[in-house]
Design a protein around this ligand. Sequence first.
Ligand SMILES: *Cc1c(COP(=O)(O)O)cnc(C)c1O
Length: 214
Amino acid sequence: MISENLKKIKATIPIGVTLVAVSKTKPNEAIMEAYKAGQRVFGENKVQDLVLKADLLPKDIQWHMIGHLQTNKVKFIAPFVSLIHGVDSVKLLKEIDKRAAQNERVIDCLLQIHIAKEETKFGFDESEAQELLTNLSGLNNVRIVGLMGMATNTSEEFQVRKEFAGLKELAIKLRTENCKLQTISMGMSGDYLLALKEGSTIVRVGSAIFGSRK
Ligand SMILES: *Cc1c(COP(=O)(O)O)cnc(C)c1O
């Protein structure tokens, strides 16, 4: 089942776009099924689960932290995480930098941008992101490689596409000599095909691969 789902989804994803298999709440057996079908990039949204799974599962898996990350938990994933999608404050970015340095690493990060109509506590608006990108000096162990966003949960395709297109445009607008912002993480099970049309470079797909979550 999982391997068939993966195969079908992969067939719709262009070369150069990364598929993150979002395995949150799913057991290691399910992850191993995807792994055996060739999948190597997985996403989790809770630090505790991420650490447990990374410890037990094959070492060539690239783990992405896709959820809201609390500052006091950065230290647990800093040794191994390969991309942090949801950087939503300067304080968090500084902590990632500090913990990356302690681990003698550079950690790739995406700034989370609030693009949906729904209210949420998380994500920067345009001017906040701009401000952050112009004040990056001194952070030598993080690399901001792009932006991440979640569209409004609606069946109105027009709205969703508009939000995705806006995120892509923002990445072009905010890019600097040092931060090219070439990575655009947008699109989930319900809307990744629209996201791809609007220039997504990473899609985060969970339930369409692993089945619905409780
Ligand atoms: C759960 C989650 C996903 C995957 O959602 P599906 O609808 O199951 O594909 C993608 N991104 C984030 C940030 C998530 O928390």
